[in-house]
Ligand binder design. Structure first.
Ligand code: EPZ
Length: 424
């Protein structure tokens, strides 16, 4: 397994183009199953999770072609409707193929995704939505066996809790249901709006995107379309923190600042200088004095849980006491103990983490536990003195394209070291 080695202390300077959003691209790829005509996606990031989704779609018989920076997905010849455990367990978003498969083919058998480092990650809200749409569901040997021999019917689906995945799942299943579907208490993440826009381009009739109530008028079939994946707001936030924590000066291009207003406001509250320079460009400069701030993660448009670990790394360098409260996932502080090994002063009590700074960080061998935790370890390594070794970098490759190369281009002393012992 590769490791990342960072010699901390370099200020990051220069320009970085933000990739397409992983958390938009994954449901968008699953949406190809809804039509027998090709769906062409542009600005798809090159990530391990994207490769896994391609593999899963190909296992159903979807033809995947890469050409001039776009991915063409053709589901005209679906020959299999089972998503095997080995693929689904590696990436929870695979579960999203269930709805499109059963909406298009009347049947699907998809492994229940397991939990992961940050929580149990149940899918009860997904299943509740599909049941409401008339899907028959049976749990057998770790699989969800779904059937809709007479197709899906529109329904009123009120989510008892906000769920990004369950909202995306219901949206994709409802577009081919007979009649009208109303989603109440839907998640409002920009990735959901992006998925909705793509479905509209394929001929779906959807209104209320971006709000808590979404209405879908079912249609008989969807046609092919071309769609550009929106910029990754979490990658944007991560690079903003990288510029701030190293005392640098970065220009981020191809981003959508209005998709991370809560994060921008919080970083400004900490004293970080951030300027929207128009045309999808953000400039971040180090704070004259980095000061502590409190954060509570919330559903969009609140402060994103996917930015909590990165903010914690920054808070270790801020003067004062920062309180971070994680309200979305039950176990999303795995990075805290690793950053503490580098010298941070963090006290975790339930879903509250109290960070007292500034504390000088000292490089150490640390272990990545999940995608965003690994990003926070990289950020801490960038500001730590001497050398930080991060293992299990496959976690970070799931959500950040060539992170070591791109940070090196900005002046970081960071290398990916192949673990030859593992290869020996
Ligand atoms: C999506 O996960 C993202 N993943 C996550 O990003 C992100 O953290 C999360 O939304 C919240 O913003 C993708 O889009 C691929 P949820 P998802 O359903 O859809 C509970 C990253 O780092 N819940 O909104 O799984 C759940 O346990 C990843 O890029 C149920 O109880 O998130 C959690 O506590 C991590 N039952 C809360 O809801 C369900 O059926 C929010 O989960 C579904 C969810």
């Amino acid at each position: 397994m590769d490791r990342i080695r960072i010699h901390g202390g370099a200020r990051l300077n220069g320009e970085i183009a933000i990739s397409g959003a992983k958390n938009a691209a994954l449901p968008l790829m699953a949406a190809c199953l809804l039509s027998d005509e090709p769906l062409v996606l542009r600005n798809v990031p090159r990530l391990a999770d994207i490769d896994l989704m391609e593999k899963l779609l190909q296992s159903f018989g979807v033809a995947v072609h890469h050409r001039s920076g776009a991915v063409a997905l053709s589901a005209d010849a679906i020959r299999n409707t089972t998503a095997v455990y080995d693929l689904v367990r590696q990436m929870r978003a695979s579960f999203l193929v269930l709805g499109p498969l059963v909406a298009r083919r009347g049947e699907a058998r998809v492994s229940l995704p397991g939990g992961c480092a940050i929580g149990a990650r149940p899918v009860d809200l997904h299943l509740r939505a599909l049941l409401a749409l008339g899907v028959m569901i049976e749990l057998r040997e770790g699989y969800v066996v779904a059937g809709a021999p007479v197709g899906l019917r529109g329904a009123r689906i009120e989510f008892p809790a906000v769920s990004v995945g369950a909202t995306e799942h219901a949206l994709m299943a409802a577009v081919l249901a007979k009649g009208e579907t109303l989603l109440v208490n839907a998640a409002r993440e920009p990735e959901i709006e992006d998925l909705g826009r793509c479905l509209q381009a394929m001929g779906a009739r959807i209104s209320g995107l971006g709000g808590p109530c979404i209405t879908i008028e079912g249609v008989d079939e969807l046609h092919g379309a071309e769609h550009r994946v929106l910029p990754d707001r979490i990658e944007t936030g991560t690079f903003l923190v990288a510029g701030a924590i190293t005392g640098g000066d970065l220009l981020l291009t191809d981003c959508e600042p209005h998709h991370l207003v809560a994060v921008l406001n919080k970083l400004k509250e900490c004293g970080v200088e951030i300027k929207c320079e128009g045309n999808g460009t953000l400039r971040v400069r180090a704070a004259k004095k980095l000061v502590a701030a409190d954060v509570t993660t919330e559903e969009y448009p609140g402060f994103a849980t996917d930015m909590q670990a990165q903010f914690m790394a920054l808070a270790t360098q801020a003067t004062g006491v920062s309180h971070v409260r994680e309200t979305i996932f039950e176990n999303r502080y795995m990075h805290a103990s690793e950053i503490m090994r580098m010298g941070a002063n963090i006290a975790v009590e339930g879903n509250l983490a109290v960070i007292t700074g500034p504390t000088p960080l000292s490089g150490a061998p640390v272990t990545a536990s999940d995608l965003r935790a690994s990003a926070s370890l990289v950020l801490a390594g960038l500001v730590a003195d001497n050398t930080t070794w991060i293992d299990r970098v496959y976690h970070i490759d799931r959500g950040y394209e060539r992170i070591d190369e791109r940070l090196r281009m900005l002046g970081a002393h960071i290398e990916r070291v192949e673990d030859t012992a593992a290869q020996a």
